[in-house]
Write a protein that binds this ligand. Structure first.
Ligand SMILES: Nc1ncnc2c1ncn2[C@@H]1O[C@H](COP(=O)(O)OP(=O)(O)OP(=O)(O)O)[C@@H](O)[C@H]1O
Ligand SMILES: O=C(O)C1=C[C@@H](O)[C@@H](O)[C@H](O)C1
Ligand SMILES: [Mg+2]
Length: 170
């Protein structure tokens, strides 16, 4: 069974958007860990953070990743904090090809500004929060990455094409 393709990176890097296009281009099914968590919980992410806290959300994320990582050839967009748990990093490293999508702080802020469904960014100073999260997480994204892909000021379709080539040549 061929291996899955994972997209990791910060909120607003484009994992969901580009992941869907990549799946179309490769003819693979598409999954999104955030979406899977919501579907299986029957509640949205803000509700899960409110009621179960971030730790409760992370526990659900570990269970979902372990499950879908074994389901063969597919494109999987992950949540921005998936690399915070060591078992997830191990799972990503052994299970497939991992793309780390990057973008500047300015682009991440711009792309996440209007959407209120990201609990960690509902703070007085989202820019400071994004900077904090990137400082903490960037080494962890790099630890799991097979490829690092710059998405700054690039159309999602073009980025997906570059990634599809890398998958085909892997
Ligand atoms: N390369 C890009 N250029 C311009 N806009 C983009 C690009 N990639 C994504 N976007 C836009 O940024 C927003 C966030 O993208 P998306 O939801 O795909 O990010 P994400 O990495 O999945 O974030 P999260 O970790 O919160 O799930 C969307 O409105 C999307 O249309
Ligand atoms: O970066 C994060 O920690 C998160 C990113 C989103 O994809 C969601 O998984 C959730 O909002 C948490
Ligand atoms: Mg997403």
């Amino acid at each position: 069974m061929s291996r899955p393709v994972f997209l990791v990176g910060p909120m607003g890097a484009g994992k969901t958007t580009i992941g869907k296009l990549l799946a179309q281009q490769l003819g693979y099914p598409f999954k999104d860990t955030d979406r899977e968590i919501e579907d299986r919980t029957g509640a949205d992410i803000p509700w899960i953070f409110d009621v179960e806290g971030e730790a409760g959300f992370r526990d659900r994320e570990v269970a979902i990743l372990a499950d879908i990582a074994t389901q063969g050839q597919q494109v999987i967009a992950t949540g921005g904090g998936i690399i915070m748990r060591e078992e997830n990093r191990e799972c990503l490293k052994v299970s497939g090809i991992v793309f780390f999508l990057t973008a500047s702080i300015e682009q991440l802020l711009e792309r996440t500004a209007k959407d209120k469904r990201r609990p960690l960014l509902q703070v007085a100073d989202p820019e400071a929060r994004i900077r904090e999260l990137i400082a903490l997480r960037e080494p962890l994204y790099r630890e799991v990455a097979t490829h690092v892909i710059d998405t700054n000021r690039r159309p999602p379709r073009q980025v997906a094409q570059e990634m599809a080539e890398l998958v085909r040549n892997s």
